[in-house]
Design a protein around this ligand. Structure first.
Ligand code: PEP
Ligand code: MG
Length: 754
């Protein structure tokens, strides 16, 4: 770590920089004075500022190079050492610059005699828009304190350029120091919906124009206050009230608290403040270092620690902004949360009331935050490249969770187009609400049962809102995924009882824990597997380590005392697995009976058809299972050998292809033959065109996300099932990779409501 010399160095530089800015004068003059001052303070032969203007890095000011090169020397993106610094957004510190492979010789600068080179990026909000360079004749490597001092100056310079502190200088207005133009970012839709609102950053920035502190003593006191707030908030979370849903396990929180109490972190932060930075800027600097280290490390343990540290930096920045360390930020009413990635509990912490949408630079459709967003009915778009460098807090944004797009700083016309779409959506929602109490019967009299997929207590209100006839799939692992520690028997029982009570007379099918694969628990260290989707997951874990599953069954049995209970096992692959799982139910019932516990009046036990092997063993389940449900998400991933979480392949194959439809038809026929009730509960069931095909294949029970119920019911009310059956049979006989286009054309020509 840099020694106290750096504090002095940075402080002098910052003080002089401030004097130059306060002295006024022409913009160019001030830039020229600035480079002269840096060169003399750092005892450098050269100091230059390059700013990025369009596709080039242009020399805006220099001390030491030929003044005639100013505004003439322009390096293309990635060109020369300057290009390298800008590209990597990392400092470059070398003793023998002319022999570096990326050195680009520019005769007009008179650069030949300078051997050593130190360049640091000029960055703000992850946007690199320039490079600050010092050079010396003698070959030397600059000290860590010098690098840090130059970075501090670059940070302040970035802020000054962004806040237009230099006023008018030709070309400066083209330097995009802050995102200001309307932009369209295209990502992936993770949760449906549209939202117009203002950007709120999950990872906040130091407020614009507040980088240098007026009063370092007061600033240090502010920093200390925020630090103790963060520590207190963490300690409180650890003590925690047990019913609270927090994102992180106790162990993680304890690590956080330990890191937050690490004197090294505090020293580093104070270091920045004593050098003259505002507390916010000091934290942002340190966060920059943590992020750079995170990006540079491959070691998973170190990456984890760097990530934790970054999270702490973010908490501290939020605390400095005058809010509680972790939660309950005062949010605008129409907040659209912007983050790199988000955990499910972090999302729950923000709450659905004010959050109108979420945009993520990374994330995944199968990720837990996406699951929670869908349960909360909040639109979410992820995989938005460059998001964090393109958005400013407070920017007006339009989040399009239908198309997977984000419009930043949209202008009047675009906004009004979206407002119209929003109105249209509310009109459709009103139409679906009108259909709520109408039974889904096709025009030729086929009754279809529409059920809800749920997983959190939050979901259950959808039953009434959407008018579903029950819960066809309750994903019990969600409770495990969003809670801080392994939910105890008691809290499992409470949740199941709440769900059953909210459902009233309507049946609920509880699926036992479906962990492994993409569903990992923060508090369980899982063994790394080569192919997690094909690995030790779902009922396989339950059978090998029955304690957890038996506890869950005990909770289910006790929650359903006095009523009927439906239990379903995920990813059953063989009949024997199903029997073994069913045996565990019998043992738990016997245990309850032996202990004089009230029992459910009736228990039905079913299997999910997700493994192709089970799809070919349906008839063998006759008399053994009470019902079946097809999880098309997994069944199709195994059928097409295409990872459902891998965007490259997950949409490559279509469930509406003859082979997949033939498989589904065969399963339905075998289930009928075996007298087994069968439903489909993958996401596809909630899409009208797919639902049409499933009904045509003879399925009469569909379970889906709440958002699918209205559209699918509307389709059913307009559909002639017999006619659809004939058409699908005809199309299925072909060999096209998908019948989607033909089926759509047919449905449209028949006036079916897709
Ligand atoms: C499925 O695989 O289709 C399913 C419904 O289960 P999950 O999406 O939870 O794996
Ligand atoms: Mg599944």
């Amino acid at each position: 770590m840099a020694g106290p010399a750096n504090i002095g160095g940075s402080r002098i530089l910052l003080r002089k920089l401030r004097e130059i800015m306060e002295a006024g004068g022409e913009a160019q003059q001030r830039l020229d004075r600035l480079v002269a001052m840096i060169a003399s303070t750092m005892v450098a032969d050269v100091c230059s500022i390059y700013l990025t203007r369009g596709a080039v890095h242009e020399l805006f000011a220099t001390q030491g190079l030929d003044p005639a090169a100013v505004h003439r020397t322009r390096l293309k993106h990635g060109e020369g050492l300057v290009g390298l610094v800008a590209e990597s957004a990392q400092p470059l510190n070398i003793a023998d610059a002319p022999h570096h492979e990326r050195f680009a010789y520019r005769p007009e600068t008179g650069e030949d005699p300078y051997s050593s080179f130190l360049g640091v990026p000029i960055v703000r909000s992850e946007r690199t828009f320039g490079v600050l360079v010092v050079q010396n004749r003698v070959a030397r490597t600059y000290g860590e304190d010098e690098v840090e001092a130059l970075q501090t100056i670059a940070m302040v310079l970035a802020e000054m350029v962004a806040s237009r502190a230099f006023g008018d200088l030709s070309g400066l207005s083209e330097v995009e120091a802050r995102a200001s133009r309307p932009e369209l970012l295209v990502g992936r839709a993770f949760s449906d919906g549209l939202a117009l609102g203002v950007a709120v950053l999950h990872e906040p920035h130091a407020p614009l124009g507040r980088v240098i502190a007026d009063d370092p003593v007061a600033e240090e006191a502010r920093l200390e206050k925020a630090l103790s707030q963060v520590r207190a908030a963490l300690a409180q979370m650890i003590e925690g009230d047990p019913g609270r849903i927090s994102g992180v396990s106790r162990e993680v929180l304890e690590t956080f608290l330990m890191l937050a109490s690490d004197p090294g972190w505090e020293v580093k932060l104070k270091h920045g403040v004593r050098a003259g930075l505002s507390a916010d800027a000091a934290v942002e600097r340190v966060r920059g270092e943590h992020r750079a280290k995170f990006n540079a490390t491959r070691d998973p343990y170190l990456r984890e620690r760097m990530h934790d540290l970054e999270d702490l930096d973010n908490r501290l920045l939020r605390a400095l902004a005058g809010v509680d360390g972790a939660l309950s930020q005062p949010m605008p009413e129409n907040a659209i949360l912007i983050a790199r990635d988000l955990g499910p509990a972090e999302l729950l912490d923000y709450g659905a009331e004010r959050l109108k949408g979420v945009a993520l630079e990374e994330g995944s459709n199968a990720g837990h935050a996406a699951i929670v967003a869908r349960a909360l009915g909040i639109p979410m778009v992820g995989l938005l490249p460059g998001l964090l460098s393109r958005v400013e807090a407070g920017d007006p944004v339009v989040l399009d969770g239908e198309r997977g797009e984000l419009r930043l700083r949209a202008e009047g016309q675009v906004i009004s187009a979206y407002s119209q779409r929003l109105n249209l959506r509310s009109a459709r929602a009103a139409e679906f609400a009108r259909l709520r109490d109408i039974p889904p019967v096709t025009t030729d009299g086929q009754r279809v049962t529409l059920l809800l997929n749920a997983g959190l207590a939050l979901d259950v209100h959808h039953l009434d809102e959407a008018g579903a006839e029950g819960i066809g799939l309750f994903r019990t692992e969600f409770q495990f995924m969003v809670s801080e520690t392994l939910p105890r028997l008691e809290s499992q029982t409470l949740l199941y009882r709440d769900v059953l009570e909210a459902a009233g007379e309507r049946p609920v099918t509880f699926r036992t824990l479906d962990l492994g694969g993409d569903k990992v628990l923060p508090y369980v260290t899982a063994e790394r597997e080569e192919n997690p989707a094909l690995g030790w997951r779902a009922v396989r874990i339950g059978l090998d380590r029955p304690a957890l599953l038996r506890y869950q069954l005990r909770a289910l049995i006790s929650a359903a005392a006095g009523r009927s209970l439906r239990i379903m096992f995920p990813l059953v692959t063989t009949v024997q697995e199903f029997e073994a799982a069913r045996e565990l139910v019998a043992r738990e019932l016997a245990w309850g009976g032996g202990h004089g516990r009230a029992q459910p009046t009736n228990i039905e036990v079913g299997a999910m058809v997700e493994a192709p092997a089970l799809a070919w063993a349906i008839r063998d389940l006759k008399g053994r299972a009470d019902f079946l449900s097809i999880g098309t998400n997994d069944l199709m991933q195994y059928f097409f050998a295409a990872d459902r979480g891998n965007q490259r392949v997950s949409e490559r194959y279509d469930i509406l292809s003859p082979p997949a439809l033939r498989l589904l038809q065969r399963i339905r026929e075998d289930a009928d033959e075996a007298g087994l009730q069968i439903s489909i509960c993958g996401e596809a069931a909630g899409r009208p065109l797919e639902a049409l095909a499933f009904i045509a294949l003879g399925y009469r029970r569909l379970s889906m996300p709440a958002s699918g119920i209205g559209p699918v019911k509307r389709l059913i009310l307009s559909l002639n099932a017999g006619e659809a059956e004939r058409m699908v049979a005809e199309l299925m006989a072909g060999s096209a990779p998908s019948i989607r286009a033909e089926l759509t054309a047919f449905a449209t020509s028949r006036g079916y409501a897709l």
